[in-house]
Design a protein around this ligand. Structure first.
Ligand SMILES: Cc1cc2nc3c(=O)[nH]c(=O)nc-3n(C[C@H](O)[C@H](O)[C@H](O)COP(=O)(O)O)c2cc1C
Length: 169
């Protein structure tokens, strides 16, 4: 299991915080690196959540979710939403979409989605959502590779090569 996890960790990804809120005002947010695009027409995305995660029932009840793509320097938000807590949103700057989804500020891009279907995938649940609204700010991404946060360095930007610098795990 650990060897498989370490081999899978060689696939470098971005980091996103998936947020939601139910009509009753219950909020949930989780850090994921399983986010990916599925289809452009219709515009579909997916992400996977552990069936054991306390937030799974909240996402299922809400029927909507927002994808917040983290920027370089937002690893504190990644840690915050990857740590179980009764109020992960305390002290975190957010705003609400027209559909009532809490969005994080200062991200690279965000996608407000309606859950169209979910599938059981082993010990995880796969959420597929249709993008209803999105926005893009641009900037440098937070990168996750081999269990560590990384950022593209300025040296890498100069010659367009992807030089990565490790951050504190
Ligand atoms: C970089 C990173 C990526 C993660 N990706 C996922 C993921 O794709 N799916 C998942 O279920 N958990 C993932 N996790 C773990 C969850 O963020 C963590 O279990 C979180 O506490 C779940 O939220 P909950 O306890 O409020 O349900 C990831 C953690 C980190 C740090």
């Amino acid at each position: 299991m650990r060897a498989l996890r370490e081999a899978l960790g060689q696939f470098a990804t971005g980091v996103a915080v998936i947020t939601t809120a139910t009509p009753g005002g219950e909020r949930a947010g989780v850090t994921v690196n399983s986010f990916t695009s599925v289809s452009l027409d219709p515009p579909l995305v997916l992400w996977c959540l552990s069936g054991q995660a306390p937030s799974t029932p909240v996402f299922l009840r809400a029927g909507r979710f927002a994808v917040n793509v983290l920027a370089a320097g937002q690893d504190h938000l990644s840690r915050r939403f990857a740590t179980p807590s009764s109020d992960k949103f305390a002290g975190v700057k957010t705003y609400l979409t027209s559909t009532g989804l809490p969005m994080l500020t200062g991200t690279l891009a965000s996608f407000a989605c309606r859950t169209v279907t979910t599938y059981e995938g082993g010990d995880h649940r796969i959420f597929i959502g249709e993008v209803e609204h999105f926005q893009r700010s641009g900037g440098e991404p937070l990168v996750f590779h081999s269990g560590r946060y990384r950022e593209f360095s300025a040296a890498g930007r100069a010659d367009r090569s992807a030089v990565c610098a490790p951050l504190t795990p």
